[in-house]
Design a protein around this ligand. Structure first.
Ligand SMILES: *Cc1c(COP(=O)(O)O)cnc(C)c1O
Length: 230
């Protein structure tokens, strides 16, 4: 069943790339495995998945310890500064940098490990009250500031689009994030090239790919519904 769902997602990614005249290799599928047990992740691993997204620090570190080392772990959820130290040496990319305080903590912890941490800036494009992330107009000044941090590399932008029945409604959200990335690159900020756009989830990743997503975060579409009660 996991195999079928994965194949279905793969086909849809390919079809969206075809429609947009994009190369399949330019889109990374992140399997969002939050709430799913290690055995299920292992099954996905055996089907070839090597990039997993988690949103909780403890869950991520437990799965990290239990699974093979060639997995790339992405932190996609809101990150508290006091927990950065637990994941700094385990993750390849933090998608959810949304404050100077968090960036400063990542800088400090990465320096301790002699590592340069790749990060994305989370943008609340739709300005939803319930969501984390910077407002669009705050992003360039923020990036200008953290671009000077020697142990952080700003690789791109991330957004969580509103929950909508019709994914077409999120097209402008994705287009706006894409436009912001172009504006940032036009500024030629030292040490910053925005090459990653992390946008699109199960409900809307095809539209996101059409609008330029280079990473899609798909949970339910691969693993089925999550049961938070367990
Ligand atoms: C849970 C989650 C996803 C995946 O959501 P699905 O709708 O199950 O694909 C993607 N991004 C973030 C930040 C999430 O927390």
């Amino acid at each position: 069943m996991l195999k079928d769902q994965l194949e279905d997602v793969e086909q849809k990614i390919q079809a969206a790339c075809d429609r947009a005249g994009r190369n399949r290799d330019d889109v990374t599928l992140i399997a969002v495995s939050k709430t799913k047990p290690v055995e299920v992740l292992k099954e996905a691993y055996d089907l070839g998945i090597r990039v997993f997204g988690e949103n909780k620090v403890q869950e991520l570190t437990e799965k990290y310890e239990a699974l093979p080392r060639d997995i790339h772990w992405h932190m996609i959820g809101h990150l508290q500064t006091n927990k950065v130290k637990y994941i700094i040496d385990k993750v390849d990319l933090i998608h959810s940098v949304d404050s100077l305080k968090l960036a400063e903590t990542i800088e400090k912890e990465a320096a301790k490990h002699g590592k340069v941490m790749d990060i994305l800036v989370e943008v609340n494009v739709a300005e939803e009250e319930s969501k984390f992330g910077l407002k669009t107009e705050e992003v360039i000044p923020f990036i200008e500031k953290i671009s000077e941090f020697p142990h952080i590399r700003v690789k791109g932008l991330m957004t969580i689009a509103p929950f909508v029945e019709n994914p077409e409604k999120n097209r402008t959200v994705f287009a706006d994030l894409h436009k912001l990335s172009v504006d940032i690159n036009d500024k030629n900020i030292d040490n910053v090239t925005v090459s990653i756009l992390s946008m699109g989830m199960t409900n809307d990743y095809e539209v996101a790919i059409e609008e330029g997503a280079t990473m899609v975060r798909v949970g339910t579409g691969i693993f089925g519904a999550r049961n938070y009660a367990v």
